[in-house]
Design a protein around this ligand. Structure first.
Ligand code: GUN
Length: 289
């Protein structure tokens, strides 16, 4: 079994990004600039955004954090998005999800200019990704593809089972895995909450991408000997082992599944760090455009 070290790969990619940013600066260009909009005080969102800002600092990308209390109206947020769309000093921006219930997330996503949508959530970017045109690919699926690529994991003709059909992970990664490319060229099955015989299907998988958000969902009896396991789960569970009082838990029961696998991502330190560098990559790409 080989552990897929997302943290190490993410550090390598950050170093690559820093070189490109330094080159831009040495040519007299301003560094790429990412803005992040954070509404309210959701613990997970606070942590993710803090990691994104820190990663910008490490790579020389300029970042601006825009905070609102969770009573901001949808109209106010939409006005701010219009301003960010028009601001020529900002190459790309994200609105951290989830948003408070009174704000329509889809309306917010669609208000972002596709050329500044470094999260790759706008329907134009999703549609372009679907048919293989240049676009911003959303960060988590892009990070998964990068891990498969850097570990030279063969996906061609393999059966890939994706657990989960979210717009952020399950749907886009199922498209990327099936497209005519490397990594890609896989035969993809998408399972979700209404799928009736999940263990029977996962046992046929050469590659399992678990993105359900249900801790310990994938158990050893669901996994074929030699399978590749990509665990996208990041559920916060209470813990007495950490100072914060919580820890991240994946969708895979790691201790019993790992011995059966050829490759597996840990949680934390697997897909998570890759998500952040994919966002930086997209920001760099937005600036280069
Ligand atoms: N919430 C969970 N993941 C993400 C992400 O990648 N981008 C944004 N904007 N919100 C998220």
């Amino acid at each position: 079994m080989q552990l897929i070290d997302g943290k190490r790969i993410a550090d390598e990619i950050k170093a690559e990004i820093k070189i490109e940013v330094d080159m831009m600066k040495s040519r007299g260009l301003r560094p790429p600039h990412l803005a992040a909009v954070l509404v309210g005080h959701d613990g997970g969102s606070e942590t993710y955004v803090a990691h994104k800002i820190k990663a910008c600092e490490q790579t020389g990308i300029k970042s601006t954090l825009i905070r609102y209390e969770d009573d901001i109206t949808e109209a106010e947020l939409l006005r701010r998005i219009d301003d960010l769309n028009a601001d020529t000093d900002i190459d790309g921006f994200i609105v951290q999800l989830p948003l408070p219930k009174h704000i329509d997330e889809q309306k917010i996503i669609e208000a972002i200019l596709p050329s500044k949508d470094v999260d790759g959530f706008h329907p134009v970017n999703v549609g372009r990704m679907m048919i293989g045109l240049p676009c911003f690919v959303s960060a988590t699926p892009a990070g998964i593809m990068e891990l498969l690529s850097r570990y030279r994991i063969n996906t061609r003709g393999k059966h890939c089972v994706v657990l989960g059909r979210s717009n952020i992970v399950g749907k886009p990664v199922s498209i990327l895995m099936s497209r005519k490319a490397a990594p890609g060229d896989a035969t993809v099955t998408v399972c979700h909450s209404r799928t009736q015989n999940i263990p029977e299907i996962t046992r046929q998988a050469d590659i399992i991408i678990a993105a359900l958000g249900q801790p310990d969902f994938v158990t050893a009896d669901m996994v074929k000997e030699g399978a590749v396991i990509i665990d996208v789960g990041t559920t916060r569970v209470p813990s007495t082992e950490t100072k914060s009082g919580w820890k991240l838990k994946g969708d895979v029961k790691f201790d019993e599944v790992a011995p059966k696998c050829s490759y597996i991502t840990p949680v934390p330190g697997g897909v998570g760090p890759m998500t952040i560098v994919s966002l930086l990559r997209n920001t760099l790409q937005a600036a280069e455009r």
